[in-house]
Design a protein around this ligand. Structure first.
Ligand code: SF4
Length: 299
């Protein structure tokens, strides 16, 4: 039996950068993080043991002045910066530069078109409603952007008015392309002359992972996908693995490996060269995948 960890899994650049910022700032004294620094409970717990305090928006409004608050890679809407300024908080901004750039593009689009009264614009974000990054993006438009998660929500758009389409950075490229096709077909059906302005703003650090992850999943007999239950990226990537290898198991902690012992034993009885792969999302720390590997090795 062999056990391998996928080299391409683990934190993306933006999350690594935010965690490094938290670790280095913790050396200078108490530090709060607005929301979970990463959608992975185990990593949040590790950083909390080092002193990081996770807070929510209500806490933000009651913190003593000059409290130090880290903004995570997902980014924040302008209202967060405004509250921080009103309350004299010291912000450590770890917004991922890719997300920051996207916020700027959406803001510029909003500013450019917000007064087009004859043809009121529709800024559309392909993303998950309520996701931290999406809240930050909507905030750039004074919360006027329309968030669409799937094609069946397209009836919320008016296809006779201009459409400016952007995407949350972690959505799937295929999903985005299908949405664009569906928008174009609705425009055609309504004999509208609108040409939608399409901005593919999906982060390739995530999008490129799908193929690599699927190659890895195919090459193994059983795959343990390690991810946080709150991570939308983990859910998407897990589904991508299941598509090519139905023997993919979602776990959040090494303790869950035990629940799948009989499956491993069954497979091993018919395949002595059983290959087990361990992979994860952009929010899965390497140390957690290594802990899963150690637990499996103990079998
Ligand atoms: S997925 Fe891409 S955009 Fe999002 S935090 Fe990671 S590097 Fe930044």
């Amino acid at each position: 039996m062999s056990i391998a960890i996928d080299n391409n899994s683990g934190f993306c650049f933006g999350v690594t950068r935010a965690i490094k910022a938290a670790e280095s700032e913790l050396a200078n004294g108490p530090l709060c993080c607005l929301g979970d620094i990463v959608h992975n409970g185990q990593e949040v717990e590790r950083l909390e043991k080092l002193g990081l305090q996770t807070i929510d928006y209500d806490d933000l409004r009651t913190l003593p002045s000059h409290s130090r608050v880290l903004l995570r890679a997902h980014g924040e809407p302008p209202s967060t910066y405004w509250i921080a300024q009103q309350r004299n908080l010291d912000i450590i901004d770890a917004t991922c530069p890719v997300v920051r750039k996207l916020q700027e593009r959406i803001r510029a689009c909003y500013e450019q078109h917000k007064n087009d009264e004859a043809m009121p614009p529709q800024i559309v974000i392909y993303g998950k409603p309520g996701h931290a990054e999406v809240i930050g993006l909507q905030g750039q438009t004074n919360n006027t952007a329309i968030v669409i998660e799937s094609i069946d929500q397209l009836d919320r758009l008016d296809f006779t008015r201009p459409i400016y389409l952007f995407s949350q950075t972690t959505k799937s490229v295929e999903g985005f392309h299908s949405l664009v096709e569906a928008i174009q077909s609705k425009i055609k059906n309504q004999k509208s002359e609108i040409i939608p302005e399409v901005h593919d703003t999906i982060c390739r650090s995530v999008a490129n992972r799908v193929k690599e992850l699927q190659d890895f999943a195919r090459a193994n007999d059983i795959v343990f996908f390690v991810g946080g239950t709150k991570s939308s990226n983990a859910r998407v990537l897990y589904k991508n693995c299941v598509e090519v290898n139905p023997n993919t198991i979602f776990i959040s902690s090494p303790d869950e490996v035990e629940n799948h012992k009989s499956k491993i034993i069954n497979h091993k009885s018919t395949n002595p060269d059983l290959k087990i792969g361990i992979c994860g999302a952009t929010s899965t720390p390497l140390w957690l995948m290594e802990a899963v590997s150690e637990r499996l090795s103990a079998f």
